[in-house]
Design a protein around this ligand. Sequence first.
Ligand code: NFA
Length: 102
Amino acid sequence: MPDAVSAPPKTQAETRTARPPLHKVLLHNDDFTPRDFVVSVLGAVFRMPPSSAHGVMLTAHTKGCCVVAVFTHEVAETKATQATDLGRREGYPLMFTTEPEE
Ligand code: NFA
């Protein structure tokens, strides 16, 4: 029986530390969405307090793009879509995207 040789028992570390891959949600700057609206979206979708939301908004405004938070893949996709849709509903080009974390 080759099983004992080809499939050694997993270590405790292997069986206990598997974690779902995480994805970043990114906020992208644009020239049209009002700053206060961005802050309100960050509060509504990401439960971010106003002072933190203002800081994240300013970082994206200054640098062009900013990590908002990190989630499991499905949660990141859902939040990015919800936040982008809130802007679109008001006619703003506000954009949130996701990318896998290294
Ligand atoms: N740049 C936008 C403005 O000056 C504000 C903004 C910040 C938009 C971050 C999108 C993301 N009104």
